[in-house]
Design a protein around this ligand. Structure first.
Ligand code: HEM
Length: 458
């Protein structure tokens, strides 16, 4: 086989440790750069238990992300596969994949999200005020954002509202999330082993909920549109067969994993940026003041879908953050047949990894890539071409939660800037990849309700 240069590292572990360590020390781009400068834009390594070809650049993104699912499957590393389960959306192909994805999208598309806004706003308000009260004016923003994304997913997407159940699930999911980025060694005490046990407890806890919903659906007490679990329970495949409980559980766990850290990171990064950049903060604040000003005496009214659409600058700030610090470093695929790219063979069974940073920080794609400039998403002097900006991936497996993530981020930031004032306790705090990019100290902030909120421009 004509394979590109690179090192497969140690058996099983491969280069996983050096990759994860580089991410943690915020040297992820350097880890890649070193290899790209040594071997070129395509190189071999071994990550998360599989031999891997890393493919970088816009053409590479298109090749990997834009491929049909008979060439590359979106199979994730062993760790995510084990936590998410064998029937999770990333593992599915063909008609089964489309069936499950269609059901999930029916909840996550913009038209459906419009119905959640009031409830989302209320949940975010409650969590923020509770956390701030409990922390007596000081909170770790990262922990609070994780609580927000977890509760929004539990309540709005899955209809799980019982406080005790949610708390127990949050404990177990926190353990399971860690296992997604661990060395897949099933030995008592390892992060991976703990994650697998946490997954079993999650399944045990949610199965009775699933059974109850099944009964309620058959008795007409519940509608499939109520939540994603009910929707999947009511779903029939091309042979009119229901979807198995295992498939539903796997996709429940996977959606919780896919929606959790990603969105919590985007919210945390936005708070981090607003805390340290007065100019950007001021522009964001003005946008939200303007929204409140337009309410003309009805300031207590609930946030509306129309108002979310007015938060254009705030979203551009988030987009620019995702360009410079993509929450998901890249996308894994598995070659289902022998194929080739750039003159190199990609053997069947190998893992392929396409990295967002390869284009996001490329000066041929984004002018002055190291400069934080949200306006590049407003009037790009160079139009952003397909597969160049990929924080939500691209092609068949593009994130189906991108609109949910946008809305929950905007609702949260709106509540923060409109009703609170805050400052970072450690202004020097940096972002480290663990391997997801979080503020290194969990972003402690001092936060207080605004005394007076003047809607007039300042
Ligand atoms: C800022 C937040 C988010 C980011 C940056 C993000 C990023 C991504 C990326 C890069 C992919 C593609 C992975 C691949 O190509 O292998 C993806 C896929 C996916 N995401 Fe997200 N995501 C976010 C939020 C969410 C949310 C809130 C949900 C669910 C409510 C979600 C559910 C999914 C699912 C189910 C897939 C798989 C789609 C498929 O295979 O067809 N994501 N996401």
């Amino acid at each position: 086989k004509n394979l590109p240069g690179g090192s497969l590292g140690y058996p099983l572990i491969g280069e996983t440790l050096s990759f994860l360590r580089a991410q943690k020390d915020d040297r992820g781009p350097q880890w890649l750069e070193e290899r790209i400068s040594k071997y070129g834009p395509v190189f071999k390594t071994s990550l998360m238990g599989s031999p891997t070809l890393v493919i970088t650049g816009q053409t590479g993104n298109k090749f990997v992300l834009g491929a049909e699912d008979d060439i590359f499957a979106a199979k994730q590393p062993i760790t995510l596969q084990a936590i998410g389960g064998k029937q999770n959306i990333f593992e599915l192909t063909g008609s089964r994949y489309r069936l499950i994805k269609g059901a999930m999208l029916s909840f996550l598309k913009a038209e459906s999200l419009q119905n959640y806004i009031e409830r989302m706003d209320e949940l975010v308000k409650n969590i923020l005020s509770r956390e701030i009260k409990e922390g007596r004016g000081t909170i770790k923003a990262v922990t609070t954002m994780k609580k927000i994304t977890f509760n929004l997913a539990c309540e709005l997407i899955f209809g799980i509202e019982d406080k005790e159940t949610k708390e127990a699930l949050l404990d177990d999911f926190s353990i399971a999330f860690k296992a997604v980025w661990s060395i897949p060694v099933k030995f008592p005490g390892t992060t991976y082993w703990k994650g697998l046990r946490a997954r079993s407890r999650i399944v045990e806890r949610v199965l009775p909920i699933l059974r109850k919903r099944k009964e309620e659906l058959s008795e007409g007490e519940l509608k499939p549109e109520n939540d994603i679990l009910s929707c999947l329970l009511a779903l029939r495949d091309e042979n009119h067969e229901p979807i198995s409980d295992d498939t539903i559980m796997d996709n429940y766990v996977t959606l919780m994993v896919a929606s959790h850290d990603t969105s919590a990171i985007l919210m945390s990064l936005t708070i981090w940026k607003l805390s340290r950049d007065p100019e950007i903060y001021h522009k964001v604040l003005e946008e939200h003041k303007e929204i409140m000003r337009r309410r003309e005496g009805k300031e207590d009214q609930k946030l509306t879908w129309g108002e979310i659409q007015k938060m254009k600058y705030t979203w551009r700030v988030a987009q620019e953050l995702m360009r410079m610090i993509p929450p998901v470093f890249g996308s894994f695929r598995k070659a289902l047949k022998d194929t080739s790219y750039g003159g190199y063979d990609i053997p069947k069974g190998w893992q392929v990894f396409s990295v967002a940073w390869g284009t996001h920080m490329n000066k041929d794609v984004f002018e002055n890539p190291t400069e934080f400039d949200p306006s590049r998403f407003e009037n790009p002097s160079k139009p952003i071409t397909p597969y160049a900006y990929v924080p939500f991936g691209g092609g068949l497996h593009t994130c189906i939660g991108n609109e949910f993530a946008r809305v929950e981020t905007l609702v949260t930031i709106h509540n923060l800037v409109t009703f609170y004032e805050w400052s970072q306790l450690n202004p020097e705090e940096v972002i480290t990849r663990q391997p997801m990019p979080y503020p290194s100290l969990g972003l402690p902030i001092k936060i207080n309700p605004r005394n007076q909120f003047s809607y007039k421009s300042s």
